[in-house]
Design a protein around this ligand. Structure first.
Ligand code: 4NP
Length: 153
């Protein structure tokens, strides 16, 4: 069935659902089987659809985010996914704080998959208001992530 990848940000209404939608579209275009979900380290927007300006910016590029709903990251996600991909260092800290003892599931920064881009985090567009800038980073990192997954045995 392919690897299971979970994207994590703070609210699960901007960056991680956008990453989920972009990677899903790119994977389908390449015929790659991959299971995707996203979650937030906060539960502030649990059950909500993504942030409307994020949905709109993604829709202008052909990505449909309307069916996604926010949920909170939980310790069981370490067992339910093969790879956890976070948007910034604070996300990584919050996720690692919930790691069950001896869980081997890797946690990686999304921008690590875009080594030629001089950014190690996806800045939060909820605060920067730069939804297109976030999508530019997400599209580049999505390509690198899928190349890395496709190269794995
Ligand atoms: P996200 O952005 O982590 O990319 O989903 C945020 C969305 C909402 C809030 C913070 C970040 N908030 O404070 O409600």
């Amino acid at each position: 069935m392919g690897p299971r990848v979970l994207f994590v940000c703070l609210g699960n209404i901007c960056r991680s659902p956008a990453a989920e939608a972009v990677v899903r579209a790119q994977a389908e275009a390449r015929g790659l089987a991959i299971r995707l979900d996203s979650a937030g380290t906060s539960g502030w927007h649990e059950g909500e659809a993504p942030y409307p300006p994020m949905i709109a910016a993604a829709a202008r590029r052909g990505y449909d985010m309307t069916q996604l709903r926010a949920r909170r990251f939980r310790p069981e996600d370490f067992a339910n996914f093969d790879l956890i991909v976070v948007m910034d260092h604070a996300n990584r800290q919050a996720v690692d704080d919930l790691r069950p003892p001896n869980s081997p599931t890797p946690v990686r920064l999304f921008m690590d998959y875009a080594p030629r881009v001089a950014a190690d985090e996806v800045p939060d567009p909820y605060y920067t208001r730069d939804f297109d800038g976030a999508l530019d980073l997400i599209e580049t990192a999505a390509d690198g992530l899928l190349r890395a997954l496709a190269a794995q045995p």
